[in-house]
Design a binder for this molecule. Structure first.
Ligand code: TRP
Ligand code: ZN
Length: 466
């Protein structure tokens, strides 16, 4: 039988549902092609929850790079399912099995619709395996930035915020569904493959080497990463618990980044003091060349930097391990909970290290922030003005200003209680803006935050008073 003969026709899942209910004996319905994210409606899928991704990738860089993958997802059906979607952009799907049996599948845009041989029951745990191959794509975001699979001079770099992970593996590509990961990457001998978590194996066979990485704690797909290339690796530990540090630096960046990367232990220690216990079982960094990516990203346990970062950027990406990676937004509307916190972490670092106080930073921004951030007042952090704007200045800078307003109102003791308590309350989970405002109100029941929420978090334009 040819491959295409097994492929179900490209019908929207609603029609598929009608067709399937019409044939009798079938109790499930399709899971749905999104999770109603207000900014990225196609991201994620309904009807199941992934607990683990096992990714076996083989990559050969070059003019026509080739990725071959076997992705096995362990998931639980959250309803009776006749079909479910995975997100996958580009690449060719060669075979899909569910519970070891061949499944029909169909592709339309980023939706890979899988129709298992047998319906899945609500609460059933199942395994779906997707075999795929091809040249992975770079995705252009609504704001014009590039993510997904980026080719570098000597390999590749996978960046996934907000949607790019679907360029290199099929999954439930939405921050609301976090999972553990095993990522094994096979590359030509002489190259390295770096990913999230801990390196559990490095084995060579013939002219290829496989690097196996394990992430035990829940991870959102947008902070999964793979970096392939030549890297100078340094391994060490930090703190009395000897947390492993794994740092991979492009040889061309070693000199420029040595000094700043040496600050990782000090920054980790300072962040634990201020934010509470570090949520993951290793840390580190990946430094590629400036031209390899357009921005840094807080990839879990191992943030990626295009060129040597400055101290503020390193503080920022490591702060995201608490705020973003451990406490993860429920939707892309809640981005300010990531970026406002990580930006405020930079302000706090400066304050604690002979720089401007947070108050000075806040006041300068209120007085003339438009000079550096022309769009600062263009929309409120709690309600970005569209998918193209989720990483604009109001999310970062005005988001940090919201936190400073809270600090002004409650004082330092309660403020540090709030930021640590927030990281503890939703450790390894998901939270949204309403969860945050309720949390703050509970921590300071005698205070009225109404004005802060109304003017600073949700209000249009520049608030009348600092
Ligand atoms: N999260 C990254 C940072 O702050 C920046 C970023 C990259 C981003 N891509 C994004 C933010 C997409 C929002 C959306 O370091
Ligand atoms: Zn950030």
């Amino acid at each position: 039988m040819s491959r295409s003969a097994r492929v179900v026709p490209a019908v929207p899942s609603a029609l598929l549902a009608l067709a399937l209910t019409a044939c009798g004996g079938v109790h499930g319905t399709p899971g749905g092609s999104g999770v109603h994210d207000p900014y990225f409606p196609k991201s994620g899928n309904g009807g199941y929850d992934v607990s683990h991704y096992d990714l076996k990738l083989d990559y050969t860089p070059g003019d026509k790079p080739r990725l071959t993958g076997i992705a096995t997802l362990t998931a639980r059906a959250t309803k009776d399912l006749s079909a479910f979607d995975l997100d996958l952009e580009g690449l060719d799907v060669d075979e899909v099995t569910v519970e070891g049996k061949r499944a029909r599948f169909n592709r339309a845009g980023q939706e890979l619709t899988v129709r298992p041989h047998d319906d899945l029951d609500e609460d059933e745990t199942f395994r779906v395996t997707v075999r795929y191959s091809g040249t992975p794509k770079t995705i252009t975001d609504p704001d014009g930035s590039k993510e997904g699979w980026l080719r570098t001079a000597d390999g590749a770099l996978a960046l996934g915020e907000p949607t790019g992970s679907m360029a290199w593996f099929p999954g439930n590509n939405h921050p609301s569904d976090k999972a553990s990961y095993d990522i094994a990457v096979t590359v030509p001998k002489g190259l390295q493959a770096v990913s999230n978590g801990e390196l559990t194996g490095e084995t060579s066979s013939g002219d290829r080497t496989t690097f196996s990485w394990h992430t035990a704690k829940p991870m959102a797909s947008y902070v999964a990463t793979v970096a392939v290339g030549h890297y100078r690796i340094s391994r060490s530990t930090v703190g009395k618990d000897r947390l492993p540090v794994y740092v991979a630096v492009d040889p061309a960046q070693v000199k420029a980044s040595r000094k700043v990367l040496a600050k990782i232990p000090e920054i980790m220690d300072w962040e634990e003091t201020n934010f509470g216990p570090y949520p993951f079982s290793s840390t580190g960094a990946i430094v590629d060349r400036p031209e390899d990516a357009e921005y840094a990203l807080e990839t879990q346990t191992r943030p990626v930097f295009p060129g040597a970062p400055d101290t503020g950027t390193l503080v920022h990406e490591l702060a995201h391990q608490w705020y973003g990676n451990s406490v993860t937004p429920k939707t892309w509307r809640d981005m300010w909970l990531n970026e406002g916190f990580a930006t405020y972490a930079e302000w706090l670092w400066d304050e604690d290290h002979d720089g401007d106080s947070c108050r000075q930073t806040f006041e300068a921004l209120y007085d003339h922030g438009e000079d550096d951030y022309p769009d600062l007042w263009s929309f409120p952090p709690g309600k970005p003005s569209g998918a193209a704007h989720i990483s604009d200045d109001p999310v970062y800078v005005r988001g940090a200003m919201v936190l400073h307003k809270i600090r002004q109102k409650v004082g330092d003791d309660t403020f540090y209680d709030i930021i640590q308590g927030w990281a503890a309350a939703h450790r390894h989970g998901n939270a949204d803006t309403a969860d945050f405002t309720a949390f703050v109100e509970k921590k300071a029941p005698d205070k009225d935050f109404g004005g802060i929420w109304k003017d600073w978090l949700y209000g249009d334009g520049k608030p009348d008073e600092a």
